[in-house]
Write a protein that binds this ligand. Structure first.
Ligand SMILES: [Zn+2]
Length: 235
């Protein structure tokens, strides 16, 4: 995650809030192979399972795989759930480190030396024993959102954004990952709220997240391609 200045994201031609996402996924059913999707849907429904929550058109439309993994109160299939689960874990870990660091701020209540020692140990542990290495997230991201699942117009949009990347701006992949971190934070806070309104908000936030996840998947693929060409591993 970078602290560099942000370059402008591409105009996706969509507003942030686009109403309840519940019915929207079904519209995207027309994308791709209808025969294949119908078959998978029938299978999922016949087995009495609800389909995965992934449905944003930019992420390939409705995923008809059965939902088996719950993240922030929403249910996903195995691959999409793993991406969402690790993404949520990264945010929770990042937030824990930030929380401990805030206690060291000069504006916070002064700490006794014993508490200070405990705090340093906690920060050190959160930092060094990170349960979710970036590589795990990259693997889950590539598996859940392979190039073949991302619509061509989204790929073109991200490629154009990468071509327009300025030296003073954070790389597009970092921009997407930072945006996902923030969205996961909002999802966590909304999930902790546990009100009926929060449920609707979680669905809207997750729907928006899927659009950015798709962009991150394209940016990651580009980064890996470039690293391979240079004989390097992705950063
Ligand atoms: Zn899925």
């Amino acid at each position: 995650m970078s602290n560099q200045a942000r370059g402008p994201p591409p105009n996706r031609g969509l507003g942030f809030v686009r109403g309840r996402p519940d019915n929207r996924g079904r519209e995207s059913k027309e994308r791709g192979s209808m025969t294949e999707e119908t078959t998978t849907t029938t299978t999922t429904e016949e087995r009495g399972l609800r389909p995965c929550f992934v449905r944003h058109p930019d992420a390939g439309g409705q995923c008809w795989e059965p939902a088996t993994i719950r993240v922030h109160g929403l249910k996903f299939c195995e691959a999409h759930g793993e991406e969402a689960r690790i993404g949520a874990g990264l945010e929770a870990s990042n937030d824990a480190e930030n929380y401990f660091n805030r206690l060291r701020s000069p504006e916070a209540t002064p700490l006794t030396s014993a508490v200070q020692d405990g705090l340093e140990a906690a920060i050190s542990r959160v930092h060094s024993e990170h349960p979710y290495p970036d590589e795990d997230y990259y693997r889950a991201l590539s598996r859940a959102y392979p190039a073949s699942s991302i619509p061509e117009e989204v790929r073109d949009r991200v490629e154009a954004w990468i071509l327009d990347e300025r030296s003073s701006y954070a790389p597009v992949l970092d921009f997407c990952l930072d945006s996902l971190l923030l969205l996961n934070k909002l999802l966590r806070v909304a999930h902790e709220d546990r009100t009926d309104y929060a449920t609707s908000l979680i669905e809207t936030l997750e729907y928006e997240r899927q659009c950015i996840v798709a962009e991150a998947a394209v940016a990651l693929e580009d980064t890996e391609r470039e690293s391979e060409a240079l004989g390097l591993r992705p950063a």
